[in-house]
Design a protein around this ligand. Structure first.
Ligand code: NAD
Length: 501
């Protein structure tokens, strides 16, 4: 273990002071400041206003006015599309600055943060294309005197609430689609990683998004997020975060029957058969477990290995996991960065303790790593995990891999489905029937076959059961931010309602 050396990139670093964006104006808000301490460096890197309920009400009023009075919802699809494309270009142009903010505020490796920025710019371009193709349906088969037209209208004011683990990527899975549909928005990033979303506010103003269309609030959930889920002037809430807060969001939104879209937690199984290409799987297993330090809704945190290969495969995964470079998030060669907060590190540790007390064994890691500054956790493998153990059922949200075993395909499916989550899953086998059987029987929004955590702007993403409600990305993502209206039109003379024919 080497002593941590403050990276050169932070030598002349000054913490950045941010403001909130309400109705086109940057504002300090009415609360105090939140100081963000970098998880990988232990120094204050950002300060944001602690928004209040009053700030949320002002932002919602601005979004309401921008929706009701236009011009945004009344623009053509092409006009909105051009602005979204300009935003995508500006995101690409400022990608290094945005990636740096995500890296120091979340503790993720800088190389990974840059990759996420590339993915985010692509999503903005994809949403821009969809803005021009949003359309309804028409029916001329209802009789000579009737024409039915089904419109897709922007749903109105959308509250967008995001978590800390992929700050820029997740706001990019929501906001451009809401804007493409013609909605106006109030956005609240996590209080731990608000920086890049606030820079996005600057980008959108420069791209030509009118005042009030995107308002960005900072602050803690119960104070500034909760009013965004209850206020009668909000028409829809799009939330990504924990299942617990997701449940609360749905209950809050139910008071005024708002539409909700929820992207929540996961406890994703990877089922591995003896005929799989094990070299490829082992590489993917290590990536799937430790990418973003396991602080990932999609983490492949639950391996379900065929009994005949379990011991050998676990050993080979441990060998490779030992080589994973955990360290300074700003070092371009780092593969696993810091844990988001000291409290979260403790929570991860308590899952490992609980698992060993329940009978699991630590095959690798198991505790914190002292790198001199910030908080880090060693890549950890727990073997001998049984399906009923807490660590096999709950989201640990850290670099902890649980290894379970199976003997028959039916048993593997049963174990995979025996939890409350259903976000994603993986199957590894060279046999087509095996892959398709698992693909069809496992209850998850995405099933990867001989690959893991691949994605594309075109492919819908979301969860079954308590992993969420609705889907993001894909060609229907814009429609999620619309209402359907039927125009039932009559042509020519018509009698016979009440008057005798
Ligand atoms: P969280 O639920 O604690 O917070 C998410 C957001 O909700 C934050 O902005 C927070 O300030 C806000 N919030 C908290 N209390 C609120 C309230 N009462 N009213 C309104 N808003 C409130 O989640 P987190 O710790 O930031 O993120 C980690 C979780 O997110 C994990 O469970 C992870 O699986 C999930 N996640 C899911 C996906 C997905 O696409 N399915 C993607 C990333 C993260």
């Amino acid at each position: 273990m080497t002593a941590h050396v403050k990276p050169k990139a932070l030598d002349n670093f000054q913490a950045r002071d941010f403001r909130m964006l309400i109705d086109g104006l940057w504002t300090e808000g009415s609360g105090n400041a939140i100081e963000r301490v970098a998880p990988g460096h232990g120094i204050v890197v950002s300060r944001y206003p602690a928004g209040t309920k009053a700030d949320a009400e002002r932002a919602i009023a601005a979004a309401r006015k921008a929706f009701d009075n236009g011009p945004w919802p009344n623009m053509t699809g092409a006009e909105r599309s051009n602005i979204l494309l300009k935003a995508a270009d500006l995101i690409a142009a400022r990608a290094d600055e945005l990636a740096f903010l995500d890296c120091i505020e979340s503790g993720k490796p800088i190389s990974q943060a840059k990759g996420e920025l590339g993915g985010a710019a692509d999503i903005w371009r994809y949403a821009a294309a969809l803005a021009r193709d949003l359309h309804g349906e028409s029916y001329n088969t209802l009789g000579q005197g009737t024409l039915g037209v089904v419109l897709r209208e922007a749903i109105g004011v959308v509250s967008i609430i995001t978590p800390w683990n992929f700050p820029f990527l997740i706001v990019s899975q929501k906001l451009p689609f809401a804007l493409a549909a013609g909605c106006t928005t109030v956005v609240k990033p996590s209080e731990l990683t608000s920086g890049s979303t606030l820079v996005l506010g600057e980008i959108l103003i420069e791209a030509g998004v009118p005042a009030g269309v995107v308002n960005i609030l900072t602050g803690i959930g119960p104070e500034v997020g909760a009013p965004m889920t209850t206020h009668p002037d909000v028409d829809m809430v799009s939330f990504t975060g924990s299942t617990g807060v997701g449940r609360l969001t749905m209950a809050n939104a139910a008071q005024t029957l708002k539409k909700v879209s929820l992207e929540l937690g996961g406890k994703n199984p990877q089922i591995v058969f003896p005929d799989a290409n094990l070299d490829e799987f082992i590489d993917a297993a290590v990536f799937g477990a430790y990418f973003n330090a396991g602080e990932c809704c999609n983490a492949g945190s639950r391996l379900i290995l065929h009994k005949s290969i379990a011991a050998d495969v676990t050993e080979r995964i441990a060998e490779l996991a030992k080589k994973v470079k955990v360290g300074d998030p700003l070092d371009p060669t780092t593969q696993v960065g810091a844990i988001i907060t000291p409290q979260h590190l403790e929570k991860i540790g308590s899952y490992v303790d609980g698992a060993t007390k329940a009978g699991a064994s630590v095959a690798l890691g198991g505790g914190a790593l002292d790198l001199g500054l910030g908080q880090f956790m060693a890549p950890t493998i727990l073997s001998g995990v049984l399906p009923e153990m807490t660590v096999a059922r709950e989201e640990v949200f850290g670099p902890v891999l649980s290894v379970l075993t199976f003997e028959t395909t039916e048993e593997a499916i049963r174990i995979a489905n025996a939890i409350d989550y259903g976000l994603s899953a993986g199957v590894w086998s060279r046999d087509f029937d095996t892959c398709l059987t698992i693909g069809r029987k496992v209850r998850a929004g995405t099933v990867w076959m001989n690959t893991f955590m691949d994605g594309a702007s075109e492919l819908p993403f979301g969860g079954y059961r308590q992993s969420g409600l609705g889907r993001e990305l894909g060609r229907h993502a814009v429609e999620d931010y619309t209402e359907t209206k039927t125009l039932n039109m009559h042509m020519g003379a018509r009698t016979g309602w009440w008057m005798p024919r």
